[in-house]
Write a protein that binds this ligand. Structure first.
Ligand code: ADP
Ligand code: MG
Length: 305
């Protein structure tokens, strides 16, 4: 089980006199759990997601983000691991390193890229993650060996270049087919260019597919429900549930509306106000917010202060 721990996180816009947006966020998401992060527009939800992922537009001024791993989270790693390989201070790492450790950020507005097929994009993403992961966990002795032998060959030149971690085209097709079955997706869509001309719903399904392939410990999904009609919302929701149920992914589901939570039932609901988690509760909290809005939470906070 992996745990993403966010403690007293403060962040501001990374520019001279940049706005102080996050004002002490505390949040803990473990793999296998579904957390909903709700709150009014401008409360700091997307900023939280982007700071977790390592977006350069924000500067963290206090607090920490730690990813705590267990044996099963590093079962794929072929190196001798030490204590420090199980606890990572994400704030010291680049976005791609955070991704390789198991943090996935689904975008609210996924990019469209002409000329790159879905299949090719996804295979490259998976290979990039594997390679980065190997580097992160590589033990120092191996690194020394690698420095000695820069030929790019493992032992004998007859064996060819050392990119053993790479997944080849055929193996990838198999893997992808399995994931698409899991998410009940139409295979035709794999030959198309990445998100080009995709409907809003298809782009969002695609984000879920990426998460299914990369098998993150924790997926942060920012307003994946926005702009979806009810059928697409159900498809996307089933995909998110499959990530949790079949792969044990922990989900941080950022949403403005209670609607998606009818299909992706959260274990925990958090309300963000003015850059802090103002209230946390069980799934019933989402219903209360639906009926009564956010003002009563704000009043509770003022009264307590
Ligand atoms: P939410 O996702 O909850 O609607 P955001 O995290 O997007 O809120 O934004 C929180 C506040 O921070 C808003 O007032 C927004 O305008 C501001 N903000 C976010 N990112 C930036 C940025 N890069 N530059 C300036 N202001 C920003
Ligand atoms: Mg937002």
């Amino acid at each position: 089980m992996a745990i993403l721990e966010i403690n007293n996180l403060h962040a501001e816009v990374a520019e001279e006199g940049g706005e102080h947006i996050l004002r002490g966020v505390d949040l803990e998401v473990a793999s296998g759990e579904i957390h909903a992060l709700m709150g009014p527009n401008g409360s700091g939800k997307s900023t939280t997601a982007k700071v977790i992922a390592g977006h350069p537009a924000y500067e963290v001024t206090d607090g920490e983000i730690v990813l705590q791993l267990e044996e099963e989270d590093v079962a794929d790693v072929d190196a001798d691991l030490e204590e420090e390989d199980y606890r990572w201070n994400l704030l010291e790492l680049e976005p791609n390193e955070r991704a390789a450790l198991g943090i996935f950020l689904g975008f609210q507005y996924p990019a469209e890229i002409e000329g790159v097929t879905m299949t090719s994009f996804l295979r490259q993403a998976l290979n990039a993650k594997r390679e980065e992961r190997e580097e992160l966990f590589e033990d120092e002795d191996d690194e020394a060996d690698a420095d000695e032998d820069e030929s790019g060959y493992d032992s004998s030149p007859m064996e060819g270049p050392t990119d053993e971690g790479e997944i080849g085209v055929a193996e990838f097709q198999q893997l992808l087919k399995g994931k698409m079955d899991l998410l009940d997706m139409d295979e035709k869509f794999m030959q198309r260019y990445l998100n080009a001309g995709f409907s809003g719903g298809e782009k969002k399904q695609n984000e879920v597919l990426q998460a299914a392939l990369l098998e993150p410990a924790i997926a942060v999904l920012d307003e994946i429900d926005s702009g979806l009609d009810i059928d697409r919302l159900q498809d996307v929701s089933e995909g998110i549930n499959a990530l949790r149920d079949e792969q044990g992914t922990g989900i941080l589901q950022i949403t403005h509306y209670q609607r998606i939570l009818e299909y992706v039932e959260p274990d925990h609901v958090h309300v963000m106000l003015d850059g802090q988690i103002a209230k946390s509760g069980g799934p019933e909290l989402a219903n209360e917010l639906e009926d009564e809005g956010y003002d009563w939470v704000r009043e509770e906070v003022y009264e307590a202060a």
